[in-house]
Unconditional design. Structure first.
Length: 301
């Protein structure tokens, strides 16, 4: 029977970790890992590629989890909390004044270009990315599905008005000139580790209906659109295998494609600096630096 498609993004709890190991995970050298990955691609030349935050860290965008799959910081904003609480929206958009420019100004790193090269060599049927930074597109990859949406656009949750994220960012900056003084470490997806009093922060609402403006991304606890999941599943069915790059797969919206691949009899390879949730499902597990390993792999193809 074909796999049943479910559509909820299911984050693990804050204390969720991968199982303890009796021995430390072996770190592969990029040249060795690249050769093993090239062998996998030779055997399964047309791949669905699933990417996560580890692909973008070399572009200066922080990731959520450490090599053991545990949270590095407090969990990000929850969808229902954002929708229900004005205070949450104040905090989110206030922190975004610091965090969003990091994503907006980020440029692709070698890993993004190597993945684009895999597409040029007809080894990628589709890149399904959990990232919202659009760096795969900037690197020249054409077949990309933004599984969790795109951070560079904002959407009104009432009337459907859509605009560039920069428009909301600039309006919030104009409405809150005092917040320009703050500095903080950036966090994933346009957030920042800023802890101040946000009670006076003025949020930019929809200019058409005064509704809630939200980045066009799937927050934790929200649903990945059904058609987006189905299109990726169709691409997986038509592929020779699944290659996961830079994801711990702790979030179900990405991990489900490993489960689908296993049910469909498709081989799975993982390339991640650290362990993944698919340890028992993967046919090839590479714990290695991503950009260097992809380069070595391309050199072998």
């Amino acid at each position: 029977m074909p796999p049943v498609t479910t559509h909820r993004t299911r984050p693990f709890s804050a204390n969720q970790r991968l199982p303890e190991l009796d021995e430390p995970s072996v770190l592969h050298e990029p040249e060795q890992a690249g050769g093993l990955l090239a062998d996998f691609i030779h055997r399964y030349p047309k791949l669905l590629i699933l990417t996560g935050a580890g692909v973008s860290t070399d572009s200066g965008i922080p990731d959520y989890r450490d090599g053991e799959g545990a949270w590095k910081r407090k969990q990000p904003v929850q969808h229902q909390d954002f929708m229900d609480n004005h205070e949450t929206r104040q905090r989110y958009w206030g922190r975004s004044l610091i965090g969003w420019p990091v994503i907006r100004n980020a440029t692709p790193n070698p890993a993004h270009y190597h993945i684009a090269d895999l597409e040029l060599r007809n080894h990628s049927s589709l890149v399904v990315t959990q990232n919202v930074d659009r760096l795969h597109q900037k690197a020249g990859t054409h077949g990309v599905s933004d599984l969790h949406g795109r951070a560079d656009e904002a959407l009104c949750m009432s009337c459907g008005y859509r605009c560039p994220r920069d428009h909301v960012h600039d309006r919030c900056a104009d409405l809150n000139p005092g917040f320009g003084q703050y500095r903080a470490d950036t966090a994933p997806d346009g957030d920042a580790d800023l802890n101040v009093n946000f009670s006076a922060f003025r949020v930019a609402d929809c200019p058409h209906c005064s509704g809630i403006l939200k980045p066009d991304v799937v927050f934790f606890g929200d649903y990945v659109p059904k058609q987006r999941v189905q299109s990726a599943l169709d691409a997986l069915k038509a592929s020779d295998g699944l290659l996961v790059i830079g994801s711990s797969l702790m979030v179900y919206s990405g991990f489900r494609f490993c489960r689908y691949a296993k049910e469909l009899g498709k081989p799975i390879a993982t390339l991640n600096l650290g362990r993944t949730r698919a340890e028992e499902l993967a046919d090839l597990k590479l714990n290695a630096r991503i950009g260097e390993t992809l380069k070595a792999s391309l050199d072998h193809l």
